[in-house]
Every structure is written in C-alpha cells, then in structure tokens.
Design a protein around this ligand. Sequence first.
Ligand code: ADP
Ligand code: MG
Ligand code: MG
Length: 862
Amino acid sequence: MTWVYAFQDAQDLGRELLGGKGYALAEMVRLGFPVPPGFTLTTGACRAYLERGAFPEGLWDEVREQVTQLEEATGKRFGGSEGLPLLVSVRSGAPVSMPGMMDTILNLGLTLEGVRALAEETGNPRFAWDSYRRLVQMYGEVVLGLAPEGFKRLLERAKVLAGAERDVDLTATDLQGLVDDYLQYIKDQGQNFPNDPWLQLEGAVRAVFDSWNNPRARTYRRLYGIPDDLGTAVNVQAMVFGNLGDDSGTGVGFTRNPATGERGLYGEYLKNAQGEDVVAGIRTPQPLERLRESDPELYREVADVAERLEAHFREMQDFEFTVERGRLYLLQTRTGKRTPAAAVRIAVEMAEEGVISREEALLRVDANALPGLLRARIDPDRASEPVAEGLPASPGAAVGHAVLDAETAESWAGRGLPVVLVRPETTPEDISGMYIARGILTARGGMTSHAAVVARGMGVPAVVGVAALSLNLEERSFRLGDRNFKEGDLISLDGATGKVFAGEVALSEGESGAYLQRLLEWAEPHRKLGARANADTPADARRARELGAEGIGLVRTEHMFFDPERMPWVRALILAETEREEREALDRLFAFQRADFMGLLEAMDGLAVTVRLLDPPLHEFLPPLVELERKEAAGELAPGEVKVLAQVRRLHEANPMLGFRGVRLLLVRPEILRMQTAALLSATRALQEQGKDPLPELMIPLVSTPEEVEQTLAVVREVFAEFDLSLPVGTMIETPRAALLAREIAPLVDFFSFGTNDLTQLTYGISRDDAGHFLPHYLDARTFAHDPTERLDEAAVGRLLEIAVREGRAANPNLKLGLCGEHGGEAHSVRLAHGLGLDYVSASPFRVLTARLAAAQAALHS
Ligand code: ADP
Ligand code: MG
Ligand code: MG
C-alpha cells in the first residue's frame, strides 16, 4: 500500500485520493508549471489513521523517503543547521473544500539552530526570527490548540515594549524576545513546542488528520451532505518566500473577473510579503494590473499561467502564487467563487468560446441565484454608511417615508407617497399596509417571521430583526442605533444585505442582461415543466410574461381587496345586516374584480390564468380586535364602531389559519363565490367580444373533501349557465386529506394545483407565522436539514404529492397538474416537481427565471 505520493508521481490518482489541493498541485506539475516540490499523504492514509487511531504501518518510512527526495531536489537539509534549512508547509486538503479543517502551518522544520543558519545564509536575521516566530505561533494555535489570544497579547506587548507601531517594525532582537515569550507561554499551558523537525511534522500531520472529525468540520459535512468517510489529505511542500525583498512577493489571480465575469486576468499582488499577509489584510495589496507596467515580464508570465490553467481545467480558476527573488511559483489553483451575475456571464462566454458545451453552461449556474439579478439594488458606491443592520428577509432595495402603522401606510400611500412600514413586528392585521409599502422594517422576528414570509411572498423588500431599532408609538418616533427619526422621515433599506440607511439612498435597477437571456434561451428546448407565474396585478403579469412565464398559475384575488379604495366595501360586505347593504357591497366589488380580471387576462392574452377564489379568513379585512377593545375600554368607541366591534368579536378566531377561510367561506357565503365567478365570466366575455383570447381557469382553495368540491361546483355551474359560458375548474391540493383523496376529487375537476405552502404547514403541523420561535434553533441544531417552507420536503410532503399525482391521473387521465406554492421558484423543489411529472410550476414573477433554468437542469440530470 502506498500512502504517500510526490506531486510529480501523483498524476491521475484523482481528487478523492489526493484531496482538492493535492490534485491541483499534481495537475500543475503535470502542466509544467513552476510548483515548489512536495508530496501528498493521501486521504487513504487519513482513513487508515482514523480507523485504527494510529498511523498506518509504513507511512513514516514513505514520508522519510519523500523528505530525502525533497532534500535532493532543493539542496537543503530538513532540520539542518548549516546552509539553508529545508522548510515546508503542511497543508490540509479534503476532496471537497471544507471550512473547519485544520489551517496551514508554514515554515515547519525550523529549529533554534536552523534560525541561526537561516539568518546567516540570507543575511537577514529579522526574516529568520520572524519565520520562527510565525511557526511557533501557528503550531501553538493549530496543533497544540492554544488560544490565539494568548499569542496576540504577547505580540501586542512586544510592540509596546519596542515602541513599534506595526508587526513589521519589530527588529530581529524584538522577535527573538517574542519567541522566548511564546515558548514560555506554551510551557505555562502545560504544552511543548518540539525543537525537532520530525516531531513537528508528526504533530502537524496528526492534527490535520484529527481535524477531519472536529465539530465544525462535522457540522459542515452534515449541512452539505458530504460523506463522513472521505478523509482529508495532507500536502507537505517546500517553502518559498515572498518576503525576501522587493524582488519577492505574493499574489492571488483569477482567470476572469469574479465580480463581473469579464474575461481576462484579475487579481492582487503584494510585494515583499508572504501569502498569509494578504489574507490577514495586514497590508493592502495592489491590483495585479499594475504589474503590467512595473514588472511586465512577471505580468506576462502570470497572465500566461492564467490562460493555460483555465484551458486545462475548463473553468474559471482562482490561483495563489509567490515570487521568490524574481522567480514565480504556483501554490494552488481551484474553481473560483463568483457573484451570480459573473456566474451567468462566465458560463455563457465559455460555451461561446467552445470551452464547454451549452448543456454544461446550463448546469454551472445556480438557478436559485437568478432572481437576485433582477432586484433593484442599493448602489454601494453611492450609499452612505448604514445606521443599522438586521436580517436580509426579502431581497430588493426600498426608499420611502417611515410610517409606524399599517393604517398610516395606507393613507400616505393613497396620497402617492412611497412609504416604508416600520413596526416592532408584523401580524396579519398589518397585511394591507405591508402590501402597499415599498419596504418593511421590523425590530423583532427571524427569517421565517410573519414579516419575512409575507414580504417575500409579496415581493416587498424587507429587513427584520433589527436589534438596534426601537419604536415609540406614542410619540410617533423611533431610534435606529444612535439616531432619532420621526414618522415621515425618509429611510432606505436593502433587503438583500439587511442594511438600513438614513435618508434617500441611490438605487440601481437590476437587469436581466444579454447573458442571462442567452442562457435561458438555451434552457428552453430541454425543459419539460411549464413555468407560470403567481401574479395579482396586470403590471405583475406583464412583468412575468417578459420573464418568460407561460401563464399565471395563481391569482390571489384577496390581494385585489387590500387596496385602500376597496377595503371599505369588503368591510361593508362582511358587516352587512340587510340584503340591500350586502347587494350594494357585492356590486361594488364585482365592478372592481371585473376590471382587475380584464387587466390580467388582457396582459396574458392567449395564456392560461388560474384565478383562485377568495382564500383568507375574513377578519384579515377587519380592524384589529385589540385596537377596538382598547377604544372601548377608554370609552372612545365611535357609534358606528359598536356594531363593528360585535362583528369582529364574532368573527375572531383562535386559529385563523385553520379557520373560516377558503372553500369553507365560499360555501357559507355563496354570494361571494357567485360574485367572483360572475366577475371572471363577465371579463372573459367582454374580452372575447373584442376578439381577444382570454383563457381563465377557476380554482377552489383549501378543500379537504370531494363534497366541498361538488357543492362549490353546483353554485359555479349555475353562474356558468347564466352566462352561457363555462371555464375549466380545478382545486388546490393543499390539505393532506385532499392529497389522499385525489382519486375521489380528480374526476370532478379539470386540474389540481398543489398549494405546497399550506400543504407543508399542515403536514408538519407548523404555522409559518409562529415558526420563528423554534425554526432558527431547528436549523442550527440540524433538526431540520432545510427550512421546509423554502425547500419542498421530499420525504413526506413529496410523498403526498406523489400519491395525489398517481391516483389523480389514474382517476382522470385528462387531469392537469401544477404547483403554485413558493417552492415553485426554488431549484431543488422544481427538480422534485419534474420528477413527479407535473405539467407546470408557478412562482412569483422574478422566480420564473429560477423555474425555467431549474426545469432544464432537472431534465438534463435525468
Ligand atoms: P488555504 O487553504 O487557507 O488557502 P493554503 O494551504 O493555501 O491554505 O496556505 C495558506 C497560505 O500560505 C497561502 O497564501 C499559501 O499560498 C501560502 N503557502 C502555502 N504553502 C506555501 C509554501 N510552500 N510556500 C510559500 N507559501 C505557501
Ligand atoms: Mg490557499
Ligand atoms: Mg393556501
């Protein structure tokens, strides 16, 4: 069994055995790049070590042999005290990049005798002592597990004693004294720094192997589904020094710009420095571009490396290099991280350059990142410092006048003012205000709080859980950090970063851009799933159509009622005591809805528009009970409000999510059902008469029995008959019972649309509005691998879908199947929908892009 391979002998052994770093080093040696020589202890050696709790037999013989080879290659001696000593770096490298693993140790092999030799040979005692100082510190922290603060304190003290401002101002003598302090500190902690290079090496290798099982690494693996039995490799590599003078340095290069995706060398370089100095941000490196003038030869060399690396790996590379006395060495290369916009451009351009296929380009882009490309953004170059920060709950940027309650939001927005709703937290009573606000800001709540969930659903930018926000509702003022604001002051927020700004901040419009267009064009022929949008207004519908939506999968008709102009009529309908009052309210609402439906159907001419009948509990349209009761207690109730209070009390529900809503409401108050059906038919007829091609569908929410469907259909058919016009009718499948009774329900309808938001809540027994108390903990503790409201649960909700699909189709071969929960715009869930053989998914307009790409990716995967 071979446990150890020199870089030049490790070719073709693969990433699994060599780890990512070792694999890339071997590849670079194969390509003939200047790489400092070294060797890799394989993941197999790590696995063997972890299994038996001891190094496998023969491992150290092989290591000794490799070190001898290194000595020959470099002409230096490991642990030598004459001439230049051979120093190495010990670098961990798992098959998949994994934070939490042991850090790199540099300058290993240096001893007190070696320091003197190094000082003599380089004529630079400061460099020699600094190298030793760094080794002792890294070894102490990483291998001996001592607190970094201990070393930091001693370093600070040394600087004070020497009157030095920066680390680099410490002299050789200062550093020598610091080393003594370090060694004493290590002793005081009951540990020992070995002055023997072989003991150093053994300690370091052991620490890397052991770090595979440290808690952070374990958590990371669980989080990303990485198997626990891969193990990590260890790379031992001869040191090169970028800190030997102005003809030395260290840098990082990207083969394309990681922010924009633009082709060409990009990166940073720091003269007279070691790699870790760049990472630690001790000094500010200069753009690589400057080398073009200051050192054209080096620039050309690096640019040439970049080009060849990318051609070889067929992917944008991020590489590390060091220049020692004018000689370039490569230390690492890997697939470069990039922004979503850069990812799209790079994938498209690489396909157009013929480096990868179009299919590969499609698979290289994270579909979930696409909507972010379209949202308006705070322009970071023109923004002031944020005054506070919270959780980035709903992406997009907003600027508006701060308003402290939903009512004010409605009235100011009604006057045409942009508003940002600022609340301690939100409740269903705030919905109409949230709907009309440009942005939402709350002091409390997590990523799944009411404010966060509703804002995302509505596509309103939101920042929640801003600890530095406190409101004074009496005085209509609030504080953000250490600044005071009054209601009406302008504020800005960025729902993608969680930042909150005072005043008006410049926004830049998001855009889909030519590269994204091309990528999505390439996706079209592969995709089997249709992509519709959830939209409630003609503007949203047009937007969705531009983004490629092939119809509307969900119109939430209640959103049409939240408009401040209409709210009084909804209230009048709910509170009506005489038939005349009810009739008048219905007539008004009919006119509003008919106009809305016409707008939507016209915008989607020739494409299906699925209209869901009224779904939410009625109390959402009424003034909050607590507010009315407060007034009552204070004797401030207006005469008209006495009746309202009684009604609100009567309709108040302990658990509205499970209460008087959906089909239940429609069957108890069929006049609403009739009004909505008639409005849709009337709009359809009017458009048909104009020669248009409206294609509406009617959808019944929250059913759990076939009888509910039959009874609803009976009413709907009467209205169809009155108009002498009929439409496809379907049901939401959003209760577990409906999914399990698909066989009975399917023959009654033309389509099912899986309402996976409610179906998820009802399957788990979770209310999204209340999940904030435990969901963050569950996700932290990995009780839930993912937030099921974001990513569709395959195990149980997926199983219900599977049953409903299979039994529904068996009972009604013409049944059309869609999915209209928020999951319809999430890539993993789209893949699940593809696997289930659904006809389409439907998501909020921006997320249609995700649906389109993810659907193509799912088809390419299967
Ligand atoms: P990471 O995985 O955190 O990037 P690395 O193993 O790449 O860790 O090492 C950390 C830093 O040390 C990098 O800047 C790297 O370039 C530098 N480094 C690693 N090995 C050597 C070496 N043999 N000679 C010089 N610098 C090195
Ligand atoms: Mg590195
Ligand atoms: Mg629902």
